[in-house]
Design a protein around this ligand. Structure first.
Ligand code: FAD
Length: 287
């Protein structure tokens, strides 16, 4: 099912995320994880592609497992910072063969050891989106950044660039994580002012361990509100308490979003079906 169709519903949709294993020998375990996540009944499951701009050998396999084995709509991520057109065409061919029709098209982070862009390569996600559109009948999503992308000259320039993605055929957007919902509400207002009218899926990261926090601030530059910092400071040395508090914080954010009319939420579940399950249980009467 195309995610653009799924997002037309007035119902709340909650989706989850998995990342593929690095080694083929870990695929069996990863397939069990897909099954665990699928049992929770998410609207769709996304499967990331590589990390830090690298390529991924197992995203297509995992996406196949989600959709064609477990019967849950899938969103396969695809980045282009490390890939020329040939590699991209290869992956698109593999997705098409497996009837996987939803792609989150991303540039990816620029790998430090790479000359960027290589000749005959993509500079930005909008170019990848144009290529995907020309290749076949895919439903294309893209990333957006309520606090601005770290490389952007300004928040305004970032929104102008976002508009290019929509013009290139991007049918929905998933946000970078944010920990203060007002940041999202401001972003939605700015996007609408630029006539960006495609559905926006709010990305929520349940922070359940202290290691994650350092990574989040260094990678995404997200602002951490005082209420969030207090939780981390109080429970950093007590993993079980931090996990419980992180699940409660994410639940609280999602309830506020839904109450304010944001109907589509993506949980960055980071291969943790127990965390996804706990949040969904907290929302059982809400969606
Ligand atoms: P772009 O849209 O190309 O934007 C990158 C920068 O360039 C921005 O500053 C933007 O303002 C600017 N820009 C965009 N278009 C133009 C243009 N035409 N001309 C000039 N400037 C422009 N990374 C992975 O490696 N694997 C994943 O699976 C993955 N999944 C993600 C999912 C989500 C929901 C999000 C939010 C991020 C994800 N990332 C992933 C990280 C992402 O790859 C990085 O944030 C990357 O730095 C930017 O990718 P992008 O597609 O947003 O790039």
């Amino acid at each position: 099912m195309k995610i653009s169709e799924l997002l037309k519903t007035k119902e709340v949709t909650i989706s989850c995320e998995l990342f593929p294993p690095k080694k083929g020998s870990e695929l069996k375990k990863a397939h069990e994880l897909v099954h665990e996540m699928a049992k929770l009944g998410p609207a769709f499951i996304s499967v990331t592609y590589g990390a830090s701009g690298g390529i991924s050998e197992h995203t297509v396999d995992m996406a196949n497992e989600v959709q064609n084995v477990n019967g849950v709509p899938v969103l396969a991520h695809l980045t282009c910072a490390s890939s020329g057109r040939e590699k991209i065409h290869q992956v698109l061919g593999e997705l098409k063969e497996r009837k996987i029709e939803n792609i989150l098209a991303l540039r990816g982070d620029i790998p430090e050891d790479l000359e960027f862009p290589l000749p005959n390569q993509y500079h930005h996600a909008n170019e990848l989106m144009e290529e995907i559109k020309a290749f076949g009948d895919f439903c294309i999503g893209g990333a957006c950044y309520p606090e601005g992308h770290p490389e952007a000259e300004s928040i305004e320039a970032d929104i102008d660039n976002l508009k290019r993605k929509v013009e290139a055929g991007c049918e929905f957007l998933t946000t970078q994580m944010f920990f203060d919902n007002n940041i999202l509400y401001n972003f939605l207002y700015r996007a609408l002012k630029k006539n960006i009218e495609v559905p926006v899926i709010a990305g929520i990261m349940p922070v359940t361990n202290a290691k994650q926090i350092k990574r989040i601030t260094s990678l995404s530059g997200s602002i951490l509100p005082q209420r969030f910092r207090a939780i981390v400071e109080r429970f950093a040395e007590n993993p079980a308490a931090l996990k419980q508090a992180g699940i409660a914080y994410a639940t609280d954010q999602i309830i506020d979003l839904i109450a304010n009319g944001v109907n589509h939420v993506h949980i960055y579940t980071m291969n943790k079906p127990d965390v996804a399950g706990a949040i969904l249980k907290n929302l059982s009467e809400i969606c």
